[in-house]
Ligand binder design. Structure first.
Ligand SMILES: [Zn+2]
Length: 213
């Protein structure tokens, strides 16, 4: 109700500022879409906080899933302009739900997006689930409007485990980890897997490349 009143207030102000009817309608639709997404994020955050997994404790299972994510990163079609990343999504009982990798089925899809795209965001199995990804989820991207961080925040994933943070190379400052933590997602880092995650991106990072083809 309050949001509707806000919209009416915004509409009134918009007319007063000389916007056309079409501009007012477009901005009101955008505002109500934003309000709906904010509500989805609020509900997901509340659910995450109710079902918080462990944080800061790295288990043998964590390492096993990260190894699978690293293997998936090795399957990415090569690119000179985007990282190769692997992602595995695991439910609260330790069952694998989905996995994905960069450019898996189209040239722009990211690993986390590909894994999440295989499930309905409202799937109950996502509650308390964990996402293992070899690289920090993006917080800005050129190819699509919705970032992987935002995709994660629209679900009830409670924990994200990464091997390395995105360097200031393709985007100036990735704040995926900070944004996820601010919304109640536990983020754990496995820095001892960073070298393995770097290996498939050696050509982008200016690192010596392996002889393997
Ligand atoms: Zn991404």
């Amino acid at each position: 109700m309050d949001e509707q009143e806000d919209d009416l207030g915004r509409e009134h102000l918009a007319f007063a500022s000389g916007m056309t009817m079409e501009e007012v309608v477009r901005s009101t639709v955008r505002a109500s879409g934003d309000a709906m997404m904010a509500q989805v994020r609020r509900e997901a955050m509340a659910a995450r906080l109710r079902v918080r997994g462990h944080g800061g404790t790295i288990t043998a299972m964590d390492r096993m899933w990260m190894r699978q994510a690293i293997d998936l990163a090795g399957r990415c079609p090569p690119s000179d302009g985007a990282f190769s990343v692997g992602a595995v999504l695991v439910d609260a009982s330790g069952q694998k739900l989905a996995c994905g990798y960069s450019r898996e089925d189209d040239p722009h899809v990211h690993a986390e997006e590909s894994a999440l795209g295989k499930l309905n965001p409202a799937d109950a199995r996502l509650t308390g689930s964990a996402l293992y990804t070899t690289l920090e989820p993006c917080s800005q991207r050129k190819s699509r409007p919705v970032t992987c961080t935002e995709h994660i925040l629209r679900t009830q994933i409670s924990r994200v485990i990464i091997a390395w943070r995105e360097p200031s190379l393709l985007v100036a400052d990735c704040v995926g980890v900070e944004t996820l933590r601010a919304d109640g997602v536990i983020v754990d880092e496995l820095p001892d897997w960073a070298d393995a995650a770097h290996a498939v991106n050696a050509h982008l990072l200016g690192l010596p490349q392996s002889d393997k083809t």
